[in-house]
Design a protein around this ligand. Structure first.
Ligand code: ZN
Length: 273
């Protein structure tokens, strides 16, 4: 599942494949960009901000009204970018999922099932992304600001607040579930009742940072299939700590996994009213 670390890894792959090169061709398969041709454009860098990918480009003179442009994309649940060598077969996903192909002399970058694909002046990034909270994997990561934003809505459940990218950018459902297990917090705990919000935020950052640079997301330290999470994706399986069956329920517009014993309900229990 693409979360902040996956997007960070993807940005790095694109950076290595394309940064500093001039594109020799592009093929956009989304209506809004169908006539866009990035041939001759130079790729300055690839970066991530929370779960957003930013491929920064320089337009050749006369090609565009500004020099600095950003190709924005979002992976959501199912998007991906892959870099291939020229001539290599594109095997990652079915061809009908391709939304864009970028060619350079050394590499071909293929974007699959991308969302919010848009070309905008780099100066407009802030307008697009300015609502995001501090980026957990950003060089400007600001834990105090993340805590401040979370604490500003004390009645919201911590399970929903952690997914709200306006509070902090990069946590998806997997890390949310795992983080709350590791902190012994019920997902239904109101933010105002979380005893150590700063500790929770700090652990979120460590979990994502630990998974930078690899594609297998693990919160347990184990990389073997089926052992990479404590609660996420483990409904009805025994808790690795106490043996209680892991629960799965809807919370907000997402499902959440938790151990009813290790993560007892906040007092008074929400079920009891
Ligand atoms: Zn447990």
């Amino acid at each position: 599942m693409p979360e902040g670390d996956t997007v960070w890894n993807t940005a790095r792959v694109l950076h290595r494949a394309l940064a500093g090169t001039r594109l020799t061709g592009s093929d956009f398969r989304v209506p809004a960009l169908a006539t866009t041709d990035l041939s001759g454009w130079t790729v300055r860098e690839s970066a991530s901000r929370g779960k957003h990918l930013l491929l920064r480009l320089t337009a050749p003179p006369q090609a565009a009204p500004a020099a600095d442009w950003t190709l924005h994309s979002h992976l959501r649940m199912d998007g991906a970018w892959r870099a291939y060598a020229p001539g290599e077969r594109w095997t990652a996903r079915p061809a009908h999922l391709i939304r864009v192909v970028l060619r350079s002399p050394e590499a071909v970058a293929v974007g699959y099932h991308l969302h919010e694909l848009a070309l905008l002046p780099t100066a407009g990034e802030e307008h697009l992304l300015g609502h995001l909270g501090p980026d957990l994997l950003g060089t400007d990561w600001d834990p105090d600001e993340a805590v401040r934003r979370l604490a500003a809505a004390p009645e919201v459940t911590i399970g929903e607040a952690l997914l709200d990218q306006r509070n902090l950018a990069g946590v998806g459902n997997l890390y949310k579930c795992e983080l709350l297990f590791l902190r012994g917090l019920s997902p239904w705990t109101p933010v105002g009742a979380v005893p150590d919000l700063a500790g929770t935020v700090a652990l979120a950052q460590r979990l994502l940072a630990a998974n930078r640079g690899r594609w297998t997301q693990s919160t347990t330290g184990a990389l073997r299939r089926g052992q990479t999470s404590y609660v996420y994706g483990r409904r009805a399986q025994p808790c690795r700590r106490c043996g209680t069956a892991i629960g799965k329920e809807e919370l907000g517009d997402r499902v959440t996994y938790w151990c009813p014993t290790c993560q007892p309900p906040p007092a008074p229990a929400p079920e009891a009213g």
